[in-house]
Write a protein that binds this ligand. Structure first.
Ligand code: SF4
Ligand code: SF4
Length: 136
């Protein structure tokens, strides 16, 4: 006897219900901090030191602002993806709009530069600086 096919109900994703479909709450797993635009070989080698650490990345956003990115989950994120301190969450969380967020598209798609490990910054440094990797 043929098996009955399960009826799939399509739910329209809106900004009101989007977060409930976002597995693990993607935006609660990192922090960013704006940093000065690096220019010298020393400053890029400093970035190399930073990204050598697990979970640390550096990127240049589409508006040319530079950021340190630390991949680390919020201590108040509940296992089901809800915020454990929803009523008293920080302003940055309250202001974060989900109109177009990581659920829709990875943020890095718009970054101009992205150093996520030793290899990425080393390759960039070799192209940009003649004395990259050499003592001054
Ligand atoms: S704001 Fe976006 S990334 Fe954050 S939990 Fe909601 S849908 Fe997910
Ligand atoms: S306070 Fe709540 S909304 Fe803000 S990052 Fe933590 S879990 Fe997410």
């Amino acid at each position: 006897m043929a098996k009955k096919k399960k009826k799939q109900i399509k739910v329209k994703i809106t900004s009101e219900n989007k977060c409930s479909f976002c597995e693990g709450a993607k935006c609660c797993h990192y922090v960013t901090q704006e940093i000065d635009t690096p220019r010298s070989r020393y400053e890029f080698e400093h970035i190399m030191w930073q990204v050598l650490h697990h979970g640390v990345e550096v990127f240049k956003d589409s508006d040319k602002t530079w950021y340190l990115l630390m991949n680390t989950s919020c201590s108040k994120l509940l296992p089901d993806g809800r915020c454990g301190i929803y009523e008293t969450r920080p302003e940055i969380c309250r202001e974060y709009s989900n109109d177009w967020c990581e659920y829709d598209e990875p943020a890095e798609d718009h970054w101009l530069l992205h150093f996520k490990d030793y290899e990425s910054i080393n390759n960039y440094g070799k192209k940009r600086f003649k004395k990259w990797g050499k003592s001054s």
